[in-house]
Design a protein around this ligand. Structure first.
Ligand code: ATP
Ligand code: MG
Length: 310
């Protein structure tokens, strides 16, 4: 059974006013996430990440398509009790202290008193807020609110955790702590579906990643595979003892030649003509210093797929 199953999901926001046009945010999105997986959902601002998550939780209705969580239809109470959710901009009852806030959510989840007490203490420790447990949330910083929001999402030890930009507003220590929490959730067999713009967090954490842009999932798979698919982008050849610009064949094959004294840097657009260029450089008396292939990073793929290449 998949933890999350999204089939042909479409969401069109209807206009408020007759002169406005409907906006289709998700167009025929399909995605499945296995149990025990950490899945990163990447997309630029306004790509539809939050919309997808809200539909998963039954907070928004899909225009069409089928969405299942842990084998039940989204919005179904049975599925929701097994799901933890950190919203993008959590609304907090800010007169409550951190401890009261977690107890409140524990009660909502129907946990027994002793369980609430134990989980509250454990989670406050885990998100580094034990010392602030008696402070009201209105006196919390943005990063502290993010931490308590994460603790709230985990209070009932859910099977599936949906986190909308869990790293947002956190300092480097906070980000590392959240990463460690996500990894320990996986160690306990939980499924984590999180959205982010921070590519390095995805690279460090995820089993698979999906890139959402223009209402569609434009790339989906394991990071190594996505990066491999997009093979080598360019190759840099450094050679001493030649003047590249004086070798017409090199000039026609290279995308750029940079000469610094007797050292020549030749940039090729791919590996296609590498051997040929190396042979010409050697023939001209050049001494090869290095050949460096530049692979696409996840960031390149993200920028390319979302059409925001700079
Ligand atoms: N209630 C609404 N009515 C109309 N349009 C909406 C509504 N909510 C969101 N949208 C639009 O849907 C698109 C997707 O929004 P969404 O919040 O899902 O994006 P996101 O990927 O979470 O972005 P971000 O990275 O900024 O959080 C945006 O263009 C937004 O303007
Ligand atoms: Mg969002």
């Amino acid at each position: 059974m998949d933890a999350i199953l999204i089939e042909r999901l479409t969401k069109t926001y209807q206009p408020m006013w007759p002169w406005e046009r409907p906006v289709t945010v998700l167009a025929d999105v399909s995605l499945s996430i296995s149990r025990g997986e950490i899945f990163g959902f990447l997309g630029h601002n306004g790509a539809g990440k939050t919309t997808t998550m809200k539909i998963l939780l039954g907070l928004l209705r899909a225009t069409s398509g089928r969405v299942e969580l842990l084998g039940s239809l989204a919005g179904n109470v049975a599925s929701r009790s097994q799901v933890g959710y950190l919203p993008e901009s959590p609304y907090f009852y800010d007169y409550l202290t951190a401890e009261e806030f977690l107890c409140f959510y524990g009660k909502l989840a129907g946990l027994a008193r002793e369980v609430i007490q134990r989980r509250t203490a454990e989670l406050l420790e885990r998100v580094g807020l034990t010392e602030s447990r008696h402070r009201q949330l209105r006196k919390f910083s943005k990063g502290m609110l993010q931490r308590i929001g994460l603790a709230q999402a985990l209070i009932h030890d859910p099977e599936l955790v949906i986190l909308d930009e869990p790293m947002s507003g956190l300092d480097p220590i906070g980000r590392k702590e959240v990463r460690d929490i996500i990894l320990s959730l996986r160690d306990h067999g939980k499924t984590v579906f999180f959205s982010t713009h921070i590519i390095s967090d995805v690279e460090m954490l995820c089993d698979r990643v999906g890139i959402l842009a223009r209402g569609k999932v434009l790339a989906l798979g394991r990071i190594e595979e996505l990066v491999k698919e997009h093979a080598i982008q360019s190759v840099e050849v450094v050679c001493d003892g030649v003047v590249g610009a004086e070798l017409p064949d090199v000039q026609s094959l290279a995308t750029r030649i940079v000469q610094r004294g007797e050292r020549c840097l030749v940039i090729l657009s791919g590996q296609g003509h590498l051997e040929q260029v190396l042979a010409i450089l050697r023939q001209a008396g050049g001494r090869l210093v290095s050949v460096i292939p530049h692979k696409n990073s996840l960031e390149d793929i993200f920028l390319e797929r979302t059409n925001r290449k700079v």
